[in-house]
Design a protein around this ligand. Structure first.
Ligand SMILES: Cc1cc2nc3c(=O)[nH]c(=O)nc-3n(C[C@H](O)[C@H](O)[C@H](O)COP(=O)(O)OP(=O)(O)OC[C@H]3O[C@@H](n4cnc5c(N)ncnc54)[C@H](O)[C@@H]3O)c2cc1C
Length: 492
């Protein structure tokens, strides 16, 4: 039986991982971008939420799958070797109105069986978080919150899927779902027709369009809600120990100030509803930056100067009507499944969503899911030069001399890591791009933002692929100004 999953984000690939555990399924993930994880799954706050912010009466499924997802990630990050931390989170309040709002979540935690959620004040708050702002009156502490490296999570899921026999087709845009009679027949894509017995729609902000093409949920329209971020230089003195955030509003879970698994100070997101046609707009704005810096003052004792901002970026939330995830199996067209409008806490819930979908397939379509005995749960990352002692570096270099050649000085990334990243991109069937290498190695994440290393990495890729340097792809566009030799030849 062939199952086509549309979208190689954390949701699509988590579903693919769980389905790959069973016998007799041919799993094909179809992705419009050159690589996996380039939608919301790469550009989010990276929090594995405890589940105390999901109202079990208003959103029972979201609440349940968030709590289950938090538990499952603890196992998955070990199996897949994904960078993760579990420092707990502090929902900070700065006045009595915010305090009243924040304390409500202690009751929500109780109703969702989230352990250890309580209010903290004064010395205890400052002991838990030495970097806390003097504006903070108190906080609601949720000890089971964590954060992961979201891109590495997606890359790891992709590698593990391919290891278990699944396939990923990149640069393949799904145009529509083809229906024959009362059942799905497959998907029409930019690369031709792909037959499928079951089609799972996990297309992020574009999932409503896919659903409409299958003739279901005509009223289901995804509203794009942009979230902007700022990232500070690795050397900033303020690095919160916990995951700090302001008291939530009706639009968001608040603005966070966190130390990422890579060691950067990240502040965000904003929450701005965008016109429908700007679903893929990830531009950032001066207003966004100003707002985040102001909000950060409620969280941190000292907000670093803006001269230490190394990067701004944005992600787009796929906001469904009434905030309700659409996870549904259809009798007609038989074989079509929506996993659409997966807004926050979709990263957290992804593993639990995946088991939920597998269960729906087995129950609704009477597919008997029998576990494979040869399924491999593990995937290993590769050694990093960054943060290693001299003795450890010596050991790495003695095994692989390319670890002795530093390519990115800001983040101490070696040639060996660049080569390994390229190898892994090819293994999952993705296209080698400068961004794909950057997100897998962190080369270009530092102070100079790749001004020094980018051309060197382009040179390595060009050498490996037998290309000219200008032919190397950054994200979708080519690297550099153009074909210099041709320009010289033609005198342009
Ligand atoms: C600003 C922001 C902050 C967030 N913070 C958190 C957080 O801290 N914790 C948390 O739990 N959640 C968070 N979330 C939510 C979380 O990021 C999402 O719920 C999750 O990433 C959704 O994953 P997905 O796979 O459904 O979507 P995506 O990652 O967007 O994946 C969808 C994929 O489908 C592909 N695609 C789309 N259309 C087509 C097509 N026609 N053909 C082929 N491919 C297609 C896209 O290219 C994309 O790769 C946040 C989201 C945002 C935007």
């Amino acid at each position: 039986m062939r199952i086509v999953i549309i979208g190689a984000g954390v949701v699509g690939l988590s579903i693919a991982r769980v389905l790959s555990m069973y016998k007799g399924l041919d799993i094909v993930v179809v992705e419009k971008e050159p690589d996996v994880g380039w939608g919301a799954s790469k550009a989010n706050t990276s929090i594995i939420h405890p589940g105390h912010e999901e109202d079990p009466e208003l959103h029972p499924l979201r609440a349940r799958l968030c709590v289950e997802g938090n538990k499952l990630w603890r196992q998955w990050v070990k199996e897949l070797d994904i960078p993760a931390k579990w420092p707990g989170e502090l929902m900070v309040f700065t006045n009595s109105e915010e305090e009243k709002e924040a304390l409500r979540y202690i009751d929500t935690a109780r109703r969702n069986n989230v352990p250890g959620v309580r209010a903290v004040y004064g010395d205890e708050l400052r002991r838990l978080e030495p970097a806390i702002s003097p504006m903070a009156v108190g906080a609601v502490y949720a000890p089971t919150a964590g954060n992961i490296s979201p891109f590495e999570a997606v890359a790891a899921l992709a590698e593990n899927l391919v290891e278990n026999g699944g396939r990923i087709l990149v640069n393949t845009l799904v145009k529509s779902v083809r229906i024959k009679g009362k059942a799905v027949e497959g998907v029409e894509t930019s690369g031709g027709f792909i037959q499928a017995d079951i089609v799972i729609n996990a297309a992020g902000v574009h999932a409503d369009e896919i659903s409409h093409s299958a003739g279901v949920e005509e009223d289901f329209v995804i509203k794009p809600r942009k979230g902007e971020y700022i990232v500070f230089d690795e050397d900033t003195s303020v690095k919160p120990l916990r995951l700090l955030h302001t008291t939530p509003t009706s639009l968001t879970k608040g603005v966070y100030a966190i130390t990422t698994t890579g060691g950067d100070l990240l502040i965000g997101p904003t929450a701005v509803d965008m016109p429908y046609e700007l679903k893929d707009d990830t531009s950032t704005t001066l207003e966004g930056i100003e707002y985040l810096l102001r909000e950060a003052g409620k969280l941190l004792r000292e907000v670093p100067p803006r001269s230490l901002i190394t990067r701004t970026f944005a992600g787009v939330r796929p906001e469904p009507p009434h905030g309700e995830w659409l996870i549904k199996v259809y009798e007609e067209p038989w074989g079509f499944i929506n996993v659409a409008g997966i807004r926050s806490p979709g990263l957290t819930a992804a593993p639990a969503i995946a088991y939920y979908v597998a269960d729906m397939i087995s129950k609704s379509y009477a597919v008997s899911l029998e576990r494979r005995s040869d399924w491999k749960p593990y995937r290993r990352g590769f050694p990093r030069l960054h943060g290693k002692s001299l003795r450890e570096i010596d050991e790495l270099v003695s095994v692989n001399p390319d670890y002795g050649e530093v390519v990115c000085y800001c983040r101490t990334v070696s040639k060996a890591e660049i080569l390994e990243a390229v190898k892994r991109i090819k293994t999952i069937g993705a296209q080698v791009t400068l961004d794909g290498v950057k997100f897998r190695t962190k080369a270009g994440f530092g102070r100079c933002q790749g001004s020094f290393c980018r051309w060197r990495i382009a040179g390595i890729i060009a050498g490996l692929e037998g290309k000219e340097m200008h032919e190397v792809i950054v994200k979708r566009e080519r690297y550099g100004l153009g074909d210099v030799k041709k320009m010289l030849r033609e005198g342009t």
